[in-house]
Design a protein around this ligand. Structure first.
Ligand SMILES: NC(=O)c1ccc[n+]([C@@H]2O[C@H](COP(=O)([O-])OP(=O)(O)OC[C@H]3O[C@@H](n4cnc5c(N)ncnc54)[C@H](OP(=O)(O)O)[C@@H]3O)[C@@H](O)[C@H]2O)c1
Length: 236
């Protein structure tokens, strides 16, 4: 299978690319910086640039005829309500949602032609509500909504659409927004029944299940890979 991954140079995207390649799949990765050891084709691009990304998505979709898409690039822009600028809000919606829509618009025609395809979003546990994540959580909730609508729209074309919603994961993105010793990091871990953050490989495994695994009858779902966060706290 041939899979396109946005935000593939590190963290969850990179771990997923590596796992897919180890399973014998072809991967095309996108990000601003090319890692030394990417296990597939790689294109450097700022996905915040709308015209550049549409051009590249369309070129790549023609060239590679993708079987799968992982919409993984993400921007957080944390802030209390009073400090959110519309510019920062728009940037979150742009890179997390509009970019995902445009990537899907590039790959869906071929998926429809071949009567099969897999689309996966990297959503987040913040859809449950997390302080200071207004813009990010709105965009990640939008991904869950895209997942459900597209699953219905594409079901008869053999295309599945699912989301993986991680809890806190040990990546640069999480560590930058929640540094060691910060109040937000402590709050995240305190809320996780397993009392730890996840590993990128633990999210990659769920992505692989939806992208290339035996998940063909599963669509419109959001799988929380979050150390039990969405299950809630034990009463004991
Ligand atoms: N880590 C967590 O705790 C967590 C929890 C829930 C959901 N998520 C979601 O998981 C996804 C991946 O995050 P991660 O934790 O793996 O973060 P990460 O390690 O920082 O990786 C983010 C990836 O996105 C790329 N990227 C960021 N901005 C970009 C831009 N403007 N243009 C192109 N590429 C860009 C980065 O590469 P370059 O910097 O080289 O461009 C990198 O490859 C995100 O959607 C995030 O919201 C993460």
């Amino acid at each position: 299978m041939n899979i396109l991954i946005t935000g593939a140079s590190k963290g969850i995207g990179f771990a997923t690319a590596k796992m897919l390649a180890e399973k014998g799949h072809q991967v095309v990765g996108l990000a601003r910086t090319k890692p030394n050891n990417f296990p597939g084709a790689f294109h450097t691009i700022d996905l915040g640039c709308e015209t550049a990304r549409v051009t590249l998505f369309n070129e790549l979709a023609t060239e590679h005829k993708f079987d799968g898409l992982l919409n993984n690039v993400g921007l957080v822009n944390p802030a209390p309500i009073e400090d959110i600028t519309l510019e920062h809000f728009d940037a979150c919606i742009d890179i997390n949602l509009r970019c995902s829509l445009q990537a899907a618009q590039a790959v869906v025609p071929h998926m429809k032609d071949q009567g099969q395809g897999r689309i996966v979003f990297t959503s987040s546990m913040v859809v449950a509500g997390v302080p200071f994540r207004t813009s990010y959580a709105a965009s990640k909730s939008g991904m869950v909504s895209f997942t459900r609508s597209w699953a219905l729209e594409l079901a008869t074309h053999g295309i599945t659409v699912n989301s993986v919603a991680p809890g806190p994961v040990e990546t640069e993105l999480f560590n930058t927004n929640n540094p060691q010793g910060s109040e937000s990091r402590a709050r995240y871990i305190e809320g996780i029944p397993m009392q730890r953050v996840g590993l990128p490989e633990e999210i990659a495994a769920a992505n692989c299940y939806f992208l290339v695994g035996q998940s063909g009858f599963t669509t419109g779902q959001t799988l929380f890979v979050d150390g039990g966060y969405m299950t809630g706290k034990s009463a004991l």
